[in-house]
Design a protein around this ligand. Structure first.
Ligand SMILES: Cc1cc2nc3c(=O)[nH]c(=O)nc-3n(C[C@H](O)[C@H](O)[C@H](O)COP(=O)(O)OP(=O)(O)OC[C@H]3O[C@@H](n4cnc5c(N)ncnc54)[C@H](O)[C@@H]3O)c2cc1C
Length: 376
């Protein structure tokens, strides 16, 4: 017998950490299809998620309550995974260290000092050479490839379907029965017809992936380089371990805002050998214990450059009503893109906010029905 109130049909655009997390959460109430140019297992420009370290180290400012909320929810969610299902989800608990070569004027403790267990200032004798100040706390790191595959497997297990398509316009994500479209296309939102958000731009990050014995590195660090020593893009360096013994060494941060067609610009994603050497040298001089005893050099698996999907003013989570050009049907479109360099650590909280936004907009839909095309 057919239900009198069939489930709404949702298309999620994108299979990065934002799209997959949102899609799985939506499956509680809706039938979901993911359409995407790339899926887990691929390593391409314009698909940021597999390139990430990734660790949870919130960069939300003290006054940015919205971003703090996303990061807080995500920390709690992943902490729970690390405690209950670490090997299945690729999430692990590590010691987090932040180092400053020069303590910035007016420095405050970060907002997460009461969230992350064992938060404290480092003593002078715990600091690496040439580091003026540091903090330590418990945090989590992710194995991006494993976690993306975990989410996709979970999505299929819950009855989800996928289509591998490159969209040129948001209208192409509206199929016969579609009621709702969620746009998690990351950098794609810059050129995707119907969105074309020019506030979205890439910021490249060069990394070196090394293989070490599993468990050798059970800490992560982020070091803010002294301003006097800064080369334009080398503002920090970091080490982020994964549960399989892979360790990401970074890194760089270069705005590519002036480049209009990033994916066809080869030099933006070509690793620079000199930068790679400096990354390795700085990581080893900050933490000589990175190198296993008796070893003289690191076992390099890959040099890479990933593109962070940055958006001026942060993540866009916003709903609007659009009309299907094929059928004239009213479709709810909700955006979830622009996660910059913090898409993993804010993924779950941002996706929860998307679900709330969708539900609220659907509730208000009748009142707003004359307002089609206007952002809610
Ligand atoms: C070097 C580096 C290190 C990082 N480290 C961290 C870290 O430690 N912690 C952290 O939180 N974050 C980190 N990040 C940032 C993080 O990787 C991103 O914020 C996050 O992956 C963004 O996820 P997303 O799903 O929004 O976008 P993406 O992963 O880019 O996914 C976008 C999806 O949309 C699809 N798509 C795009 N356009 C179209 C189209 N036209 N048609 C169909 N499909 C389309 C793509 O195929 C893809 O599936 C790092 C990033 C880099 C590059």
């Amino acid at each position: 017998m057919q239900s009198s109130n069939p489930k709404k049909q949702v298309t999620v655009i994108g299979a990065g950490i934002s799209g997959l997390t949102t899609a799985v959460l939506l499956q509680d109430e809706y039938d979901v299809t993911i359409v995407s140019r790339e899926f887990p297992g691929e390593l391409k420009d314009g698909y940021a998620s597999p390139w990430a370290g990734a660790h949870w180290r919130s960069s939300a400012e003290l006054e940015d309550i919205r971003q703090q909320g996303f990061d807080r929810e995500t920390f709690i969610h992943f902490w729970n995974f690390a405690c209950t299902r670490p090997s299945e989800t690729g999430v692990m608990i590590v010691d987090g260290f932040d180092y400053w070569d020069e303590l910035p004027l007016g420095w405050n403790d970060p907002w997460f000092k009461d969230l992350c267990p064992e938060y404290r200032h480092l003593t002078k004798d715990e600091l690496p050479a040439n580091v003026e100040f540091g903090i330590k706390y418990k945090t989590v790191t992710f194995n991006p490839a494993k976690h993306l595959s975990y989410l996709l497997a979970r999505f299929y297990a819950l009855g989800g379907t996928t289509k591998k398509i490159t969209l040129s316009h948001i209208q192409e994500a509206i199929f016969d029965n579609t009621d709702i479209v969620i746009n998690c296309s990351g950098l794609g939102s810059r050129n995707l017809g119907g969105v074309q958000d020019q506030d979205v731009y890439p910021a490249s990050g060069q990394t070196v992936l090394v293989q070490l014995p599993i468990g050798h590195v059970n800490w992560t660090f982020l070091r803010y380089v002294a301003t006097s020593a800064i080369r334009s893009s080398e503002i920090f360096n970091y080490v982020i371990p994964r549960d399989n013994g892979e360790v990401i060494l970074g890194g760089t941060y270069m705005n590519l805002i002036s480049i209009s067609s990033i994916v066809s610009h080869p030099s933006s994603t070509t690793p620079d050998a000199k930068i790679a050497d400096r990354i390795i040298e700085r990581c080893l001089s900050t933490r000589p214990d990175l190198l296993p005893e008796g070893e003289t050099k690191l076992n390099i698996k890959r040099h890479g450059v990933g593109l962070r999907p940055v958006r001026k003013n942060g993540i866009r989570i916003e709903a609007e009503w659009i009309l299907s050009e094929k059928t004239g049907k009213k479709i709810l479109l909700c955006h979830n893109y622009g996660h910059g360099g913090y898409g993993w650590q804010s993924s779950y909280g941002a996706s929860l906010h998307v679900i709330q936004t969708v539900k609220q907009t659907l509730r208000e839909g009748h009142e707003q029905s004359s307002n089609i095309g206007v952002k809610l």
